[in-house]
Design a protein around this ligand. Sequence first.
Ligand SMILES: *Cc1c(COP(=O)(O)O)cnc(C)c1O
Length: 355
Amino acid sequence: MKHNFGAGPGILPHEVLKQAAEAVVNFNGIGLSVLEISHRSSEFEAVLDEAVKLVKELFSVPDGYSVLFLQGGASTQFAMVPYNLLPQTGKAAYVESGVWANKALKEAKYFGEVEVIATSKESNFTYIPKDYSVPSDAAYLHLTSNNTIYGTQLHEFPASSVPVICDMSSDIFSRKVNVADFGLIYAGAQKNMGPAGVTLVIIKDDILGKADRKIPAMFNYQTQIEGGSMYNTPPVFAILVSMLTLRWLKAKGGVEAIEKENDAKAAALYTEIDRNPLFKGVSAVEDRSKMNVCFVVENPEHEKPFLKLCDEKGIVGIKGHRSVGGFRASIYNALPITSVHVLIETMQEFVEKNK
Ligand SMILES: *Cc1c(COP(=O)(O)O)cnc(C)c1O
């Protein structure tokens, strides 16, 4: 068994992988693969219906919201959000808390005026910008809830009089969120919810219809809502595996239960980073992510030997993003706390070896 700390596509529950493998060969005992049946068959419609139902249940999605499973990743949402929500003569407010936020706001510039109301770019995004006010004439405020590369996370969402749009790709379903506070939530599935190839969108229906432009069908939330995520052939396999992962989460006790586990995993790891003389954290303490724990070695010569020791212990995916360096332990929902303990023991063993 490997201890998979990879940043994304990330770890999935082992039992989900087994169920998915079986569904590829013989889905629900029907003698056919899930990959070779119609997406409009009753078998697949049941999968999509259950996936939507689980999202609503796990996140207590209020009435007046639609749940969509779309293609194109979170990066397509960077464009689809302003395409649908930013009027040509309007403006949108963005908080630039990392590279993903930066990519999102660049896409928005194709559609209207963009006001970057706060940024932490000057410090290479080591903290979450907080002191700003949201212009009341903005069409929406765009936030990124967790920044995978720098290991920062928005622990408190700001108050806003305009609809809040949030990219939750790397912490969706890791903690409780009050969906009613948002106009739209989107997340590429491949970090905390399922495999690559599907993107979850939770959208408040009444924020639509205000952008004064024609929108091609596939990029139009309204078409996707009316088609029930089946305007065209949906990514059936990615939706199935996401549904199975959400089922797994529900069986574990839902978001509240996983949040407690995630808190315990993050606390244990940060405690070791702060205690261990050879390692140190990189992001502002109050903004530390509970999903991506980034840290570095005090002595650069320790980097390679530590990676080697991790490799020997079956710890994989721990090398930091190339723009930051060091290490990044992604501790998504499916990563068991026992893997975190193995990493902590490995860090302690490394100190002993380097005394
Ligand atoms: C990983 C990630 C993305 C990229 O998503 P794609 O599905 O690859 O387009 C976007 N935003 C955030 C916050 C991410 O963590």
